[in-house]
Write a protein of this length. Structure first.
Length: 220
């Protein structure tokens, strides 16, 4: 069953709700599924805006991550495990890495929209990295100023910042990613990873990821 999108107010509403605390919504309640693997066709379904992909298309392992910009576990993974994953597996052509949005709150939706507005995989991932690294700076009672300041570091103006967060089509596209992940893949928390289709949930370590990745490398 599709998520009720009224549970996640538009990112543009941040401008009218600033200071009210209304954008700090409670976590979504999403039914869990028992299966821990994903059908290839469901996992390969790309977002309307296109996938953010790093690594070789010929890599024997594909990792898909679903993350929310305001998720502290996602931030911890991004700042601790991901750099080693990139160095050891992505940059060496062993892993193809796909990052997909799964916003839990509208402030997270705003962060994802800013990353998409930046354009290109490299700029997208640079903003994502900054959002996770500085998460405690902008997940605050009044997030617009620190979020806007961070965006300006990547070339946004006041106008382009507001235009990005007011882009209804982009908002709908990102929510479509989340809907698909819930309905077809059983994603109900962040971060959630699929390593060649097998689901791993939570702030996993590089050793946990290596345990799933390395057997595919030996097969080659």
């Amino acid at each position: 069953m599709p998520l009720n999108r009224r549970q996640l107010l538009s990112a543009a509403a941040l401008f009218t709700l600033a200071g009210s605390g209304a954008y700090l919504l409670p976590p979504l309640t999403i039914p869990a599924r028992a299966d821990d693997t994903a059908a290839p066709a469901d996992l390969a379904h790309a977002p309307p805006e296109g996938d953010i992909v790093l690594g070789s298309d010929k890599a024997p392992v594909t990792i898909v991550e679903y993350a929310s910009m305001d998720c502290p576990h996602c931030a911890h993974f991004a700042t601790t495990t991901y750099p080693e994953l990139k160095k050891r597996y992505i940059d060496t052509g062993k892993v193809r890495y796909i990052f997909r949005e799964f916003p839990l709150h509208q402030i997270a939706l705003a962060g994802s929209m800013l990353a998409r507005c930046a354009g290109g995989n490299d700029k997208y991932m640079a903003i994502v990295a900054a959002l996770f690294e500085k998460q405690t700076d902008w997940i605050v009672a009044e997030p617009l100023q620190p979020l806007g300041a961070l965006a300006k570091q990547f070339g946004f103006t006041d106008q382009s910042f507001k235009e990005c967060l007011s882009n209804q089509k982009l908002e709908e596209d990102i929510l479509a990613v989340r809907d698909h992940a819930v309905e077809k893949l059983g994603v109900n928390s962040t971060p959630t990873f699929f390593i060649n289709g097998k689901k791993l949930v939570g702030d996993v370590t590089i050793d946990q990821m290596a345990k799933e990745i390395d057997p595919y490398l030996k097969e080659g």
